[in-house]
Design a protein around this ligand. Structure first.
Ligand SMILES: [Zn+2]
Ligand SMILES: [Zn+2]
Length: 324
């Protein structure tokens, strides 16, 4: 239900009584919509939608960038993702970030792990280094109050799929053991299967989740581009339903705790991980309509990781909002 409130300036703002998601961004949008003032009700629902955002200049700036785009959720790197070494977080950085989340009405923030981390690397040194970096990342996420750390199942190289899955399970077990008691959850991201990466078949994801000692601390981040590149179609209602049914049968849709909402530059089954703007790639708009309207996922956070070009984040997000 939407009710209206008149302001001192004579403008009339809708107040969505179902949620506190009203913010300056929406106010600005609405003012544009109602010039000249009309009494059209604008039903505003919480979409749990957002973007992966830059932390250039400080972690807290991602929150302001998020609010500018109307994000309710954001994904960030908590560090330079191309470097192994990182400065520890100061108390000041942590406090500033948490305050910024509140001030900019970010309902939920989560992190993506460094791309250097390969928890099933065939080289023991790299695997150990990855494990330490991953544990450190979990601790950073916990301090920042981030809900999840999204990580890619790694690449076992020439040692092959079986060994890769075994190594992933062993590394995840060790990481969860070293981070016992932390609230930040680990989300395994569905992979495109580029190179030798594991996690592109739902069966492999199931094996990894079921194989760890604490599966209740793991969830799945479903990346639409990766799943499609891995060979699962989502382009029509029937294809979308079949793919999600398959996921449900093997893993359970309840395990999906976040979505990466990306179109794909490459075709079905290409096993190439190249993200495209919403509706402009091989997936096409219907896939996103199915996802945005899927009531099972209405409250599951969804972030775009589309190319950072001009004002494309704003356009991609507005396209997704309009699909509801
Ligand atoms: Zn990812
Ligand atoms: Zn992704």
């Amino acid at each position: 239900m939407t009710i209206f409130r008149a302001t001192a300036a004579g403008l009339i703002f809708p107040i969505d009584v179902h949620g506190p998601s009203w913010n300056h961004y929406n106010a600005a949008r609405f003012v544009k919509l109602i010039r000249p003032i009309t009494l059209q009700p604008v039903a505003r629902r919480t979409l749990h939608l957002g973007a992966h955002l830059s932390i250039a200049g400080g972690l807290h700036l991602a929150c302001a960038r998020g609010q500018e785009l109307g994000c309710e959720v954001i994904q960030i790197f908590t560090r330079n993702q191309q470097q192994w070494r990182t400065k520890p977080l100061s108390d000041d950085e942590v406090m500033t970030f948490k305050q910024a989340c509140r001030r900019h009405r970010i309902r939920l923030a989560f992190a993506h792990d460094s791309y250097l981390v390969n928890l099933c690397a065939p080289d023991g040194d790299i695997r150990e280094r990855s494990l330490s970096a991953f544990v450190e990342e979990m601790e950073r996420c916990e301090r920042l109050g981030l809900a999840f750390l999204v990580t890619h199942p790694g690449s076992p190289g020439v040692t092959g799929e079986r060994e890769g899955i075994r190594a992933m399970i062993a590394s995840l077990d060790e990481a969860l053991k070293r981070t016992g008691g932390l609230r930040t959850r680990v989300l395994l991201e569905t992979s495109a299967g580029q190179g030798a990466c594991v996690g592109h078949r739902f069966e492999q994801m199931r094996e990894m989740i079921e194989g760890v000692r604490e599966p209740e601390r793991l969830g799945v981040c479903f990346d639409t581009c990766h799943v499609f590149a891995a060979g699962y179609d989502l382009r029509t209602r029937a294809a979308y339903d079949a793919t999600l049914d398959e996921f449900d049968r093997l893993i359970g849709v309840k395990r999906i705790e976040a979505f990466h909402v990306n179109d794909s530059k490459r075709e079905l089954g290409s096993r190439v991980d190249r993200h495209e703007h919403i509706g402009k790639g091989h997936l096409g708009i219907e896939a996103f309509r199915c996802l945005m309207r899927d009531r099972r996922f209405a409250r599951i956070p969804k972030v775009i990781e589309t190319p950072k070009e001009d004002d494309m984040d704003a356009r991609n997000l507005s396209l997704l909002r309009d699909l509801i």
